[in-house]
Write a protein that binds this ligand. Structure first.
Ligand code: ADP
Ligand code: ZN
Length: 600
């Protein structure tokens, strides 16, 4: 929701202030001056009292204003002291009467009227906000419906996310037949967190799980909770779970979980109580239900790192499913899903379209197809042809470039060679972790591509040669850039940091440098945070510090030269691999090995 009409304390304060102002005004209208009895007697004697009403304890009446017009009077009141008053009153021209005290009318005006006004203003305000907040006034009496009607979404509608689908198959089996599943002793996860960039189809996937298993789908967005009145978010969570349990087996889907589940104490001050309460309620509800009832909770986020760790604990959102940006093959599949909805001209080539749309996610592709169809209408065409698609792609790319979400063709090429450089060096050196996957699909802002190396076993010890090989591998990216383009880029930033760190550790912690010998020069790392004040000098001499620097430099230079030598020797494989990567965007280790060994 864009507009944020938050209920705030300020409205209440404004209301209270208004009541006081109005009450004060009314009181001043009915102002009654309390005067001492002696003054009353004096006034009586001087003839300024015109009219009084005497009750058991007090006298109220009108007196003429001093120096005022003859008929101008003010009200006064005094405590009656003299029981023999009437004898004295007869001497003066005063209208007098006995009275039973009643303050009813005054009370009515000074209290009831402002309260009515306040209630009126309150009611109007509620109605205004209420209409924007989906009728919260009725909550509790008539619960809001979160359930979505006929979904008609199945796995066929979600393409290019085969791994995620695979992981969700088990959930579908369970939802289709919860009883049988638990009979066999299967443990069902309560919460599944779909993690991935916006527009990759997380919501669609959750709907498809519901559609495939034929169960109701309840959905709500995390940001909706946060805009609620204090206590309303928590009530809504309770309400949602009550409804869902009645319809079990079913799926509850929470979009933008990060809006609700940010780590507590994250961000500024104020306005967090509500979110915290809501989050706590969610945790309570999650812990409180038995998965056997068949309620599966799914949530989506693109920022899992900021989530409150309590949400990710076992028994809560402990199953994570990655819904990543699609590679070229994935985009082709997604395009096929969306192209079914439009009439295509015979010249449309899906593979070519997938080639033209690197970096786009499902939502972008759906958007692109829609745009092309609109263009065809504008061009008065009978079917959507390649020309329209090309124009649509350009438009979408221009939009994404503005949002800084796409890298250009030249950058892609650099990234492809850089990643191939890492992979080739790793594959050529013994004792490095096997290369599993190389990708140039950008993820986030920092990493433009990655080479995934998976250790074959858990390691406790590393040998010197292995560490050196690791440094060479890290430098392989930069070496490839230098070799192929004769120029280098900022892309190696992180690699250099890690290579330098490793080299420094070898020298200072592991005693692996001949120049420095078997000495331990580093301080305990934990203590670094405790050091207060300016950084203290090392516990070694300046000469040693210089020697360490020179040694780091030597190791890095040597390994860089090694990486460069490997890549020069295998230049052909480097080129072929980079081309393959540019074409497919994702290549696995086996394919590179095949290239190296000259297999097809
Ligand atoms: P997310 O929840 O990850 O932000 P959505 O599920 O809301 O993304 O996707 C928005 C739209 O984009 C979907 O309605 C669908 O039309 C399209 N879309 C996204 N991903 C895919 C996909 N993998 N396959 C087919 N369509 C997709
Ligand atoms: Zn790199």
């Amino acid at each position: 929701m864009e507009k944020r009409h938050r209920f705030s304390l300020w409205y209440v304060l404004l209301g209270i202030w208004l009541v006081f102002i109005i009450q004060g005004y009314l009181a001043s209208l009915l102002a009654i001056k309390t005067i001492p009895y002696s003054q009353f007697l004096n006034l009586l004697k001087s003839g300024r009292i015109t009219e009084i009403a005497v009750s058991a304890n007090q006298i109220q009446g009108k007196m003429r204003v001093e120096g005022g017009k003859p008929d101008e009077t003010v009200l006064f009141r005094t405590i009656r002291v003299d029981p023999e008053l009437s004898a004295m009153l007869e001497k003066y021209p005063v209208v007098f009467k006995g009275e039973i005290e009643s303050t009813f009318l005054r009370d009515l005006f000074s209290w009831v009227f402002p309260i009515l006004l306040f209630v009126g203003v309150w009611y109007l305000m509620m109605r205004r906000i209420g209409s924007q907040q989906a009728g919260f006034m009725t909550l509790g009496k008539k619960a809001k419906i979160y359930m979505e009607g006929d979904l008609n979404v199945t796995f066929k509608d979600v393409a290019g996310v085969d791994e995620a689908k695979q992981e969700l198959m088990e959930i579908i089996d369970f939802l289709k037949n919860p009883g049988r599943f638990t009979e066999l002793g299967g443990r069902i996860p309560k919460g599944i967190l779909l993690v991935g960039p916006p527009g990759t189809g997380k919501t669609l996937l959750a709907k498809a799980v519901a559609g495939e298993s034929g169960v109701p789908f309840f959905s709500i967005s995390g940001s909706e909770f946060v805009e609620m009145f204090v206590g309303m978010g928590a009530a809504r969570v309770r309400d949602l779970f009550v409804q869902a349990k009645q319809k079990a087996p079913c799926i509850i889907f929470i979009d933008e979980l990060d809006a609700l589940g940010k780590a507590r104490g994250f961000g500024g001050i104020g306005g967090h109580d509500e979110r915290e309460q809501t989050l706590n309620q969610l945790l309570v509800e999650m812990d409180g239900f038995d998965p056997k009832v068949g309620v599966i909770l799914m949530a989506a986020t693109n920022r899992p790192e900021i989530l409150d760790p309590a949400l990710l604990r076992a028994g809560r959102f402990d199953r994570h499913v990655l819904v990543d940006r699609p590679d070229k093959k994935g985009r082709e599949e997604i395009l096929r899903v969306h192209l079914k909805k439009v009439r295509l001209a015979p010249d449309v080539d899906v593979e070519k379209l997938a080639n033209m749309t690197p970096g786009m996610v499902g939502a972008d592709l759906a958007n692109m197809v829609n745009e092309a169809a609109l263009l065809a209408v504008r061009h008065n065409k009978q079917a959507v042809g390649m020309a329209e698609f090309e124009e649509a792609v350009e438009r979408i790319i221009a939009g994404l470039e503005k949002k800084n979400r796409l890298i250009n063709a030249q950058e892609r090429e650099i990234v492809a060679f850089h990643e191939m450089g890492h992979a080739l060096v790793a594959l050529s050196l013994p004792g490095t972790d096997p290369v599993q996957k190389i990708s140039i699909i950008p993820r986030g802002i920092a990493a433009l591509g990655y080479t995934m190396q998976v250790p074959t076993e858990d390691r406790f010890l590393m040998k010197k040669t292995e560490l050196l090989n690791k440094i060479a591998t890290l430098l392989g990216g930069r070496a490839a850039e230098a070799l192929v383009f004769g120029d280098i880029s900022t892309g190696a930033h992180n690699d250099l940091a890690r290579a330098t760190e490793t080299a420094r550790s070898m020298i200072m912690e592991y005693g692996m440098s001949d120049a420095l010998g078997q000495v331990y020069l580093a301080r305990e790392r934990q203590n670094r945070f405790l050091e207060i004040g300016p950084r203290q000098a090392g516990e070694f001499s300046e000469a040693t510090a210089q020697a360490v620097d020179a040694e780091v430099r030597r190791i890095i230079d040597e390994q860089y030269a090694r990486a460069l030598a490997i890549l020069s020797e295998k230049r052909a494989v480097l080129e072929a691999g980079a081309r393959l990567l540019l074409e497919k965007e994702k290549v696995d280790g086996e394919e590179i090995k095949a290239l190296m060994e000259g297999r097809p």
